[in-house]
Design a protein. Structure first.
Length: 601
């Protein structure tokens, strides 16, 4: 759907109403043109219902800011409100909102505080953070009561970050004439109620948030407003030592306990291993390909902590020859660095939390998800940094570890969720406690595991591409020709072309895999034995994983189920710790399944 034009009705000078003489002399506020179809429809619904509270849920990149400023200008012009207060999650977003408002003729002061005096004569309102609003809710309430105030809540789920925040925001903003709540991710991993959000029974014993207007990723993708996202999933063999002195080997993507998943993932992200450098090289290769058709395309690594972020930045400097922008915390200088990167042609930015939500860097096209945080909320916020489309055909590529929860989030990108007021199961909590990530410093010891084990080594394998709910590709070593086939996808493609190319590449891989002779028929055994033991094991694991992927595509059985069946028949440990003889037995067994068609289905 293309943009539509909407000119808001003009109104007399607000001074003629006897309002504060501090307001500038204007005949009309915020004339807005070229609304998107969903924005025009939401605005029409808003004007028809004239609600005091209105929750808009729209996918990141859809244009929530423009919609909210349109509503604000409309209410000013119709003389329903005479003051705007915008509450955001971060300091940087206050400035971003003020800039966007100024472009449509609504001057907003981004330096305001809850207890600050009236805005200067050049401003029609103030922007502050949720934390700032919670500092002195009584003072903010007095300011809101003094005017007919519209309060805009940006990413309102942040008002539930702490019970004290929610209570403060509710107390301060209760007397507002109108309240407009916005979010791209209307769900949380906890059950803290979000102020001014309506909850309704879902028929299953749960109260869920109710949106007044929703516009999801699938709709925005069909309208060409957001980019299609390809997820490049990387597995690999991990090796670490526990606090008890035991050495453990495991493979990302294979079945393991939750604690082992957490330790294996932390091992993969450890800068001293081989996994993260291989993934960063692959991501930079992908960025180079995208920049063939999108010259200013940029990339972002979302790191787990400051130490890792600095190490990743050094790796990228070595890979590219350019120093990346590093953003470590929510400080004014960090906001300036984000703005500078957004307006530059630089390749890479590395951040801990600063760019996880709301920050607008439209040229971001490639991402690396290198954080332990694994909640649906944080994942959706992070992916939202890459989906904003500037022109038809742009795609986004995000590199993720092969962790079951993350792969599930990736495959369900188009699923809309609501906030549920019931305790979620333990499996649905963050691997490392999201609450601590939200409230403590970036270097906080989130789960104590840093001192409970030692990463000993890691290797990276390209496992598959997830796109539009489907999986494509066979497992292969990072740096292989097969991996390059997927990294080299053109940077400008529509969703249909993306799926067509992925299907063709997968068909070619499957054909080559099935044509590969059985072990010993064509291999030079003497040459093979000249390899080091670790090289032979690596080659055997690569072959086995490719065969498992091929059987997965043939039968739709999950990779983990196939590996478990192989282990149950041949005995021995998981593949990451198996010896040559055991791996060869498993390779022979799965080849027999392929020949006879008698394997598990």
């Amino acid at each position: 759907m293309g943009p539509v034009s909407a000119r808001l009705p003009e109104a007399p000078d607000l001074r003629s109403r006897g309002l504060s003489p501090a307001y500038p002399d204007r005949a009309a506020w915020g004339t807005v043109k070229n609304l998107r179809a969903w924005q025009a429809a939401a605005l029409q619904q808003y004007r028809e219902e004239e609600p005091r509270d209105f929750l808009t849920v729209a996918t990141p990149g859809a244009g929530k800011t423009s919609f909210a400023l349109t509503v604000a200008a409309d209410l000013l012009n119709r003389r329903i409100v005479d003051r705007i207060i915008i509450i955001t999650p971060t300091e940087h977003l206050k400035t971003q909102w003020a800039g966007a408002a100024d472009r449509v003729g609504l001057p907003i002061d981004p330096e305001g505080t809850a207890k600050g005096g009236a805005a200067g004569k050049h401003y029609v309102g103030t922007a502050l953070t949720y934390a700032g609003a919670a500092v002195n809710p009584n003072a903010l309430r007095i300011r809101i009561e003094h005017h007919n105030t519209l309060v805009i809540f940006d990413e309102i789920h942040h008002a539930g970050d702490a019970l004290s925040w929610g209570e403060a925001v509710r107390e301060a903003c209760e007397p507002a004439r109108r309240r407009l709540a916005l979010t791209g991710t209307p769900f949380r991993s906890d059950t803290n109620p979000i102020p001014f959000v309506t909850y309704e029974p879902d028929g299953e014993g749960t109260m869920r948030s109710h949106a007044d207007y929703s516009y999801g990723y699938a709709e925005a993708l069909a309208d060409g407003i957001v980019r299609p996202v390809l997820f490049m999933a990387y597995s690999g063999d991990m090796h670490w030592r526990t606090n008890a002195g035991d050495e453990v080997s495991a493979r990302l993507g294979e079945p393991m306990t939750k604690d082992m998943i957490s330790q294996a993932l932390r091992t993969a992200l450890d800068p001293s291993g081989a996994w993260i450098p291989a993934v960063l090289r692959a991501a930079d290769t992908r960025l180079t390909e995208v920049r063939q058709t999108v010259p200013d395309a940029g990339a972002l690594v979302i790191a787990n902590d400051q130490t890792s972020a600095r190490a990743y930045a050094r790796m990228l400097h070595n890979i590219t020859g350019e120093k990346p922008t590093v953003v470590l915390s929510d400080e004014p200088k960090s906001g300036a660095r984000i703005t500078e990167f957004s307006e530059s042609n630089d390749r890479w930015m590395v951040a801990v939390r600063m760019v996880s939500e709301g920050v607008d860097v439209p040229r971001l096209s490639v991402g690396v998800y290198a954080t332990m945080t694994a909640t649906p909320l944080f994942f959706a916020q992070a992916i939202g940094r890459f989906v904003r489309a500037r022109s038809r055909g742009e795609t986004a590529t995000v590199f993720v570890p092969s962790v079951p929860r993350l792969l599930t989030f990736a495959s369900e990108l188009e699923v809309q969720r609501d906030h549920a007021l019931k305790r979620r199961s333990e499996d649905e909590t963050n691997l490392l406690a999201e609450a601590l990530m939200e409230r403590n410093s970036p270097d906080a010891d989130l789960d104590g595991e840093k001192h409970q084990y030692q990463a000993l080594g890691s290797e990276a394998d390209f496992e598959k591409v997830l796109f539009d709910g489907g999986e494509f590709g066979l497992t292969t070593m990072a740096g292989s020709a097969e991996e390059q086939e997927y990294l080299g996808l053109p940077g400008l493609l529509d969703p249909t072309q993306v799926k067509d190319l992925l299907q063709r590449r997968q068909a070619d891989q499957l054909a080559r895999s099935e044509a590969q002779p059985a072990r010993g028929m064509a291999d030079d055994a003497g040459q093979e034995r000249k390899q080091a033991t670790h090289q032979r094991l690596r080659a055997l694991r690569k072959e086995l994983n490719s065969l498992v992927s091929a059987w997965n595509h043939r039968t739709d059985l999950p990779h983990g189920v196939i590996h478990n069946k192989l282990v149950s028949v041949t005995g021995g440990p998981p593949s990451a710790a198996a010896d040559e003889e055991t791996l060869e037995k498993r390779i022979e067994l799965i080849r027999q399944w392929a020949i006879s068609g008698s394997g598990p289905r």
